[in-house]
Every structure is written in C-alpha cells, then in structure tokens.
Design a protein around this ligand. Structure first.
Ligand SMILES: [Zn+2]
Length: 366
C-alpha cells in the first residue's frame, strides 16, 4: 500500500486535524533546509488546523529541546508546544536544584507561552538516569499548580511489555537503551504504581497519558482509571503493538473508542527530521483505523480493520478534544520571558553547535 491516497487526504482535510504529538530532532533536514519548512509542509499536506510539538529536554539531558520548540512557535505562531522540565544533573539531586525546581520552571514556561508540559521522565530509559519517582514530593507543587490551572500534561510513562523481555526486544531497541529486563531501571508495575500514586494526590490533573498508557492488552484498567479520574485522557500515538492488540478485539475496541471518544487524542509521535514520509503514513493509517472500515497494512501480520467511528467521534479524536484539553488556540510567545529563560538556562545547552545556533536565533528573533 502507498503512503496515502488523494481520496484519504481529502477525507482527512475535512476534519481540521491537529497532530498533537510531534518531536523535533534536528534543526535542519537532510537537504540542509530548516525544520520549520518540513513540518509546516506536513501540516499543510493534510490541511491540518494545527500541530503540537513536544519538547524532551530530559531525554536529551539538554535544554536545547525547549528552545527548538519555542523558537519554532515564535516563527510559526499557529503551533502548540508542550515544553519540558530540565535538570542540572543526572541523577537529579532533588535537594539541590536551587531556583530550578519543577514549579519554578513550570511558571517560567507558562509565562513564555508554552501550552502544556511534556514529561518523559516516566519512560524507563529516561527514569534510569533521572531517578525521581513521578509520585515523589519533589514534583508535588508543580502538579498541584498545573492541576489548579487546568494545564495539560502530556506524559509518557511505561513502555511496551516486550521491552522487558530480551527475546522480544530488537538489537536496534537495545542500542537505544530500551531493554529494561536487566534490573537497571524500573519494572512496568513500578512505573504504573508511580502514576497511580501521583494521580491519587492530583485527581483533577489534566493529564494525557501517551501511547494508550501501554494498556492495549488490558484496556479494562484504563476504563477504571477513566471512571475514577474525569480529566484523564490518553493519546493513540503508536506503539504499533497497540494496534495489534486493537485488531485482536475488534468489537470491544469499537465500543471502547465510541464510549470514550471524549478522552482520546490523536498524534503521530513523528520525529522530524527525517520522518516526513513516516508522519504521512502514520496519519493515514491511524485515520483509516478510526474513521473507515477499510483494511490496511499497518502494524499487524494480518490486515488492520478500521472501526469506522461516527463522524462526530472522529472530529473529537482528531481535533476537538485537543482544543478542549490543551487550548482553543496556541498561546503567544512572550519574547521578554523567553529572553530571560535563555539567560537563565543557556549554560545547560551542553553541545557547542546547539549553543551557537540558539544564541544566533535568539539574537535574530527576539
Ligand atoms: Zn513522543
């Protein structure tokens, strides 16, 4: 099957889609063109209403990710950004963060014009070196404030079950540090438990758990969580394993997606650049699964059959839920606040090339 078809592109355009979960990896693509061109091209390709960038400073152990996303938003104001918390040292010494505690950083990022906060601290490969449980009192003042403000937190916690099993994890994944069965990081149950304890303390948090919270084999747990926490959402960015599980229980998931259409958000988890073809393919296949009864070649050894939700549910998942939970329009960048953030955090840009680039852009754009 091709990446997509004109017919599907036209259907997707009709829904004013927001891709709520995109990452930036490099400033320039393989042709030396600025990443902004490529991502805006992708957005226009599907006539998207907007996109949302998720910054991951803790994954790169470098604050550059926040500058990449916030400067993108400054250049292309119709962009949402989930910015991230950054840390001076890894593992994080919670008693020694000075004026860089999570609440202070949250307030700074909100003032700059971030639309939400991205957290990757609960991905076991990142938790391995951050080493602060999500339910630790260290994060409490920040979560409490975000809960009070209704700010959306996009959180990646846990990972697919296979990452704990040496026979199921690929060499490429091992190289990325995604094998967890060697005792160097948490178990899946430990990380789930951290999230549950955090939610008990912050039951009204506007939280989006990415990748179905890796519960596609046990979605009944998610149903319980949805009942208990009324502001909890999930996104359906692949993990292909998720869609394999969906395919095994067609009727159950058709009902699930209909019943919880208010709680489910679309995103590709596309990493740009490269990734443009991948993002087109992902949007096409997720759309086919949710909005059509077609069979596609995605993620499964057998064809993935679409659950063909009613049009109003499709609208919610691909656009309306994001507007309701993150914001009806992207916030504006406050240049003065961004400049102050730059001065305070530039010493945490650890790579010389990034340092020079950020400095140049800050001078040019602010
Ligand atoms: Zn992601």
């Amino acid at each position: 099957m091709s990446l997509t078809t004109n017919e599907t592109i036209e259907k997707i355009k009709a829904h004013n889609v927001i891709d709520g979960h995109i990452h930036l990896q490099h400033w320039f693509d393989e042709n030396g063109k600025n990443f902004i061109d490529g991502v805006e091209w992708y957005k226009d390709f599907f006539g998207m209403r907007s996109i949302s960038l998720a910054a991951m400073p803790c994954a790169y152990r470098d604050v550059t990710q926040n500058f990449m996303c916030l400067l993108y938003k400054l250049a292309a104001p119709n962009t949402y950004v989930h910015a991230g918390i950054t840390y001076q040292s890894y593992p994080v010494d919670v008693n020694n963060v000075g004026d860089m505690d999570p609440l202070t950083q949250y307030n700074e990022l909100m003032e700059i014009g971030a639309d939400g906060i991205k957290m990757l601290e609960g991905k076991p490969s990142v938790y391995r070196y951050v080493k602060v449980p999500l339910c630790d009192p260290f994060y409490d003042p920040f979560f409490s404030q975000a809960e009070k403000d209704g700010t959306n937190i996009l959180m990646h916690a846990c990972d697919p079950d296979g990452f704990w099993d040496r026979s199921k994890v690929s060499e490429e994944e091992v190289k990325k540090g995604w094998f967890y069965g060697d005792g160097t990081t948490c178990t899946k149950e430990e990380m789930q438990c951290q999230v549950y304890k955090m939610l008990e303390k912050h039951p009204s948090l506007n939280l989006t758990l990415a990748h179905f919270f890796f519960l596609s084999d046990t979605p009944e747990i998610l149903e319980e969580l949805f009942d208990k926490y009324k502001k909890l959402n999930i996104d359906i960015t692949p993990g292909g394993e998720m869609y394999k599980s969906f395919n095994k229980r067609f009727d159950y998931f058709k009902e699930f997606f209909t019943k919880y259409a208010d709680r489910i958000l679309y995103g590709t988890d596309g990493c740009y650049p490269p990734g443009r073809d991948a993002m087109i393919w992902l949007t096409d296949r997720i759309y086919r699964y949710i909005a059509t009864s077609e069979e596609s070649d995605a993620w499964s050894d057998k064809p993935l059959k679409g659950i063909c939700l009613p049009s109003d549910c499709v609208d919610k998942i691909f656009s309306q839920n994001f507007l309701n939970k993150v914001g009806s329009k992207p916030k504006e960048i406050n240049k003065k606040a961004l400049k102050a953030y730059y001065e305070k955090y530039k010493h945490l840009i650890r790579d010389k090339e990034n340092y020079d680039l950020v400095e140049e852009l800050i001078k040019k754009m602010l």
